[in-house]
Design a protein around this ligand. Structure first.
Ligand SMILES: C[S@@+](CC[C@H](N)C(=O)[O-])C[C@H]1O[C@@H](n2cnc3c(N)ncnc32)[C@H](O)[C@@H]1O
Length: 280
């Protein structure tokens, strides 16, 4: 699959960033990438997959200075576009990556949009973020998850019919802070029986240069030789994007950018999706 993608090596970074920001950044600048930061409850329709969601956000917490990070209190657009692409397009290469695999999401945010829509396709889905977001994450998941056929030990699962339990995906929510990841990594291990995920997925988690090394190191620590990390980002600050790519390469990760011709038309305009793997 990766042969079809554009691999980015150290010497390619400048050209890659130039191309991205001249050819694809056009529609990105209209806002920072949030869906709507005026309302505590928003209705979202993923148009291609015809998936309806009602998401509860916390606008007052978004502007609060109490929490270390507050960006997760609202829903961001790249998650919505990524989910709709994977759900609606059978030729989307990411679909086969996540289906029936163990997936860890980093920086889920309160919407739990990917956990609710993609979680049911996986073998096991562990959504993670900082502790102060977990309550609203679980609330939104329970309100929006697209099936009742899942098991969970961290939220109340609706149906515990033991006869069918084994084929149903496990979907859980944990605290995993990239700056202090040990506790979350241990909980992931307890839930999955493995120290690594088949797939790590993260949307709009690269926006602050301080956090980049912590994010990349956490992702790398949760990857085995065959794992893939999918990072979907809105094109904002090009220097932050460059730092992220350099940090990945410095940490021994290979980077592929999914070409425009493969991405959905919506992601093609203002977004980039990377796949990362550990260098062998
Ligand atoms: C811009 S928001 C994106 C949220 C969500 N992925 C979405 O697309 O709606 C960035 C996310 O990264 C999370 N985050 C920031 N710093 C973090 C850290 N140190 N450890 C774990 N998550 C962190 C935030 O809590 C927030 O949920």
């Amino acid at each position: 699959m990766f042969e079809d993608f554009d691999q980015i090596k150290y010497d390619d970074i400048d050209d890659h960033i130039f191309d991205l920001y001249t050819e694809r950044a056009s529609a990105a600048g209209e806002n920072l990438g949030f869906v709507d930061r005026t309302k505590d409850t928003i209705d979202i329709l993923l148009p291609k997959s015809q998936t309806d969601l009602t998401i509860r956000q916390s606008i007052s917490s978004l502007s609060s200075t109490t929490n270390t990070s507050s960006t997760g209190f609202v829903c961001w657009k790249s998650a919505l576009l990524l989910a709709d692409w994977i759900l609606s397009d059978d030729s989307c290469p990411l679909k086969q990556l996540i289906c029936s695999h163990v997936v860890l999401e980093l920086g889920t945010g309160v919407s739990s949009l990917l956990a609710s829509t993609l979680g049911p396709l996986t073998k096991q889905y562990v959504a993670s973020d900082q502790k102060h977001l977990l309550k609203l994450m679980k609330h939104n998941f329970v309100e929006n998850v697209t099936t009742t056929k899942y098991k969970s030990s961290t939220v109340e699962a609706p149906n515990n019919n033991p006869a069918r339990q084994n084929v149903w995906p496990l979907i859980d929510f944990i605290e995993l802070d990239w700056e202090y990841p040990e506790w979350g990594m241990e909980e992931f291990g307890q839930l999955t029986g493995s120290t690594t995920a088949d797939v790590i997925i993260a949307c709009d988690t690269i926006y602050n240069s301080y956090l980049i090394p912590y994010f990349v190191k956490t992702a790398k620590r949760m990857m085995g030789d065959c794992s893939t990390t999918i990072v979907s980002l809105q094109l904002r600050d090009d220097t932050v994007m460059e730092l992220f790519l350099k940090e990945c390469l410095d940490c021994g990760l290979k980077i592929w950018s999914i070409p425009e011709t493969v991405l959905s038309p919506e992601l093609r305009s203002g977004f980039v999706v990377y796949c990362l793997r550990v260098k062998q």
